[in-house]
Design a protein around this ligand. Structure first.
Ligand SMILES: [Zn+2]
Length: 485
């Protein structure tokens, strides 16, 4: 498969009578010769512009509020502040908060949370219309995956925000078809995954009976080549080996659960990937033909910088000869894809991120958030109840204690449950879940709520439409449906 193909309009270069080199419906009139470098640069510019635009929207909030705090006792503060919020942040001003400033002092905590959550809402509503991270070769990837022997790819990264871009940026895969479920320490729920496997398997038996492809489960743990003793995985105490072992064991647990529960020992294959959150380089621990993974043996994308596709294949062939042919093809492609991300980090950050540590802007919990494919924007905990997701939320709040509470700000949390409107009763169940999670947050963290250290926004979205998420509630009185629209 060619994941990177140079496209350019050159009508005169086509010999007469020759059909354009394109798939039907690809939408581009002509494809020129393959030029991976030009295509990669174009893609990198597109991804960079998007990352900058989204993060900048959040990063303008604090400087704007600082300026407002400085003029809060001016006579015309409310109209002046409102104008600035509209001009600088493109948001509807929370007039109630501004009006109280002259008697009670501007509530900076509330204002920053309000503007952060409102910025998130505007971002997520916009994404539904333009799909800015759409992958150009979704269908190609699905058939490539099938050629490698897999009908589904499912990734569990750590909930750490520095891995939120693993699919679309680090591995350059289509988020449209690769499932992501993040958990603190990549400790995914085996039962939940078995249920997903069974659902996928049932559909596959109906649509493509007799095919013998596998379900590919990937766990992405992480470490940091800079300040690794502090900036590794918080859920594993920055112990890289422990993080890798945990991922390996979780993969084995999932494979065994399907083998024992459904008498299908070969239905699942696991792949363990380690990500250096300082540089986005990857190490891959591939399984042998029995599915065993040796964490002391790995392939490293940094070994392949400057290599052609053929040389990468040869490198993988010599260091992962214990793996199936299909797995070797897949990881060769993942390494090639990751080289594009290494070029991205080199161009934009001189090879190493300035924010080596945590810099998430908010926490997201629930089911959804597919639009968040950006690094260090959101700490994500996939959960349906607080009880099952408690470790994830605990780790998230610990991170935000350092990020926000240490400077007098609250932790903004988006509680979101997406659903398919075509399924009877799905909206009601999603709404009820969002309500239960908000209530459970209040009971689990009463001190945070008493001190005003958690501000949440509850949303749900119908995945059958492109409509903006539905506003369900917030513990910020200023955050209303009217203020968000
Ligand atoms: Zn982690």
């Amino acid at each position: 498969m060619s994941m990177q193909r140079h496209t350019r309009k050159m009508p005169h270069s086509l010999p007469e009578g020759r059909a354009p080199l394109r798939r039907p419906g690809a939408g581009l009139p002509y494809l020129d010769a393959v030029s991976a470098t030009d295509s990669m640069e174009h893609e990198n510019q597109r991804l960079s512009a998007y990352e900058h635009q989204v993060k900048h929207a959040f990063d303008r909030i604090i400087p704007c509020v600082r300026k407002l705090a400085a003029i809060q006792y001016e006579e015309d503060f409310v109209p002046l502040a409102s104008e600035r919020i509209i001009d600088e942040l493109d948001l509807t001003p929370p007039t109630d908060v501004l009006q109280k400033a002259w008697t009670r002092q501007l509530d900076v905590k509330q204002l920053v949370s309000h503007l952060t959550l409102a910025t998130y809402y505007r971002f997520v509503s916009g994404v539904q219309h333009v799909n800015p991270l759409a992958h150009p070769q979704c269908a190609d990837f699905v058939s490539f995956l099938a050629d490698c022997g897999y009908h589904r790819m499912d990734i569990t990264p750590c909930a750490d925000g520095r891995l939120a871009h693993v699919i679309r940026y680090v591995l350059r895969l289509p988020a449209e078809v690769v499932r992501r479920k993040a958990y603190a320490g990549a400790a995914f729920a085996v039962d939940d995954n078995v249920a997903k496997w069974a659902e996928v398997e049932l559909k596959r038996q109906q649509s493509a009976p007799g095919t013998n492809t596998k379900y590919l489960k990937v766990v992405a743990y992480h470490f940091s080549s800079i300040d690794g003793e502090r900036e590794g995985c918080a859920a594993h105490g920055s112990d890289d080996r422990k993080a890798a072992e945990f991922g390996r064991d979780a993969l084995l647990g999932f494979k065994n659960a399907v083998a024992q529960g459904f008498s299908r020992p070969d239905a699942v294959e696991g792949l363990l990937i380690g990500i250096d959150t300082a540089t986005d380089s990857i190490v891959l621990h591939t399984p042998d033909l029995e599915g065993s993974i040796d964490i002391d043996s790995s392939l490293q994308s940094t070994d392949c910088v400057g290599m052609s596709s053929d040389k990468i294949r040869a490198y993988v062939g010599s260091y992962a000869s214990h793996s199936s042919e299909g797995m070797q093809r897949l990881v060769s492609q993942l390494i090639e894809n990751n080289l594009a991300q290494l070029a991205y980090v080199k161009t934009n950050h001189d090879g190493c991120y300035p924010d080596v540590g945590h810099a998430e802007r908010f926490i997201g919990i629930g089911v959804g958030f597919d639009e968040i494919q950006l690094r260090n924007l959101m700490y994500f905990g996939y959960l349906t109840t607080i009880e099952e997701g408690a470790p994830d939320v605990d780790v998230g709040l610990k991170i935000f204690k350092g990020l926000n509470q240490s400077r007098g700000l609250s932790t903004p949390i988006v509680i979101r449950f997406d659903y398919y409107g075509s399924v009877a009763g799905a909206r009601e169940r999603a709404v009820a879940r969002a309500g239960r999670v908000a209530d459970a947050l209040k009971s689990r963290y009463p001190d945070h709520f008493a001190a005003g250290d958690i501000h949440y926004l509850q949303l749900s979205r119908d995945l059958d439409t492109r409509a903006a998420p539905e506003f369900l509630g917030s513990n910020l009185p200023s955050l209303t449906e009217d203020n968000l629209s």
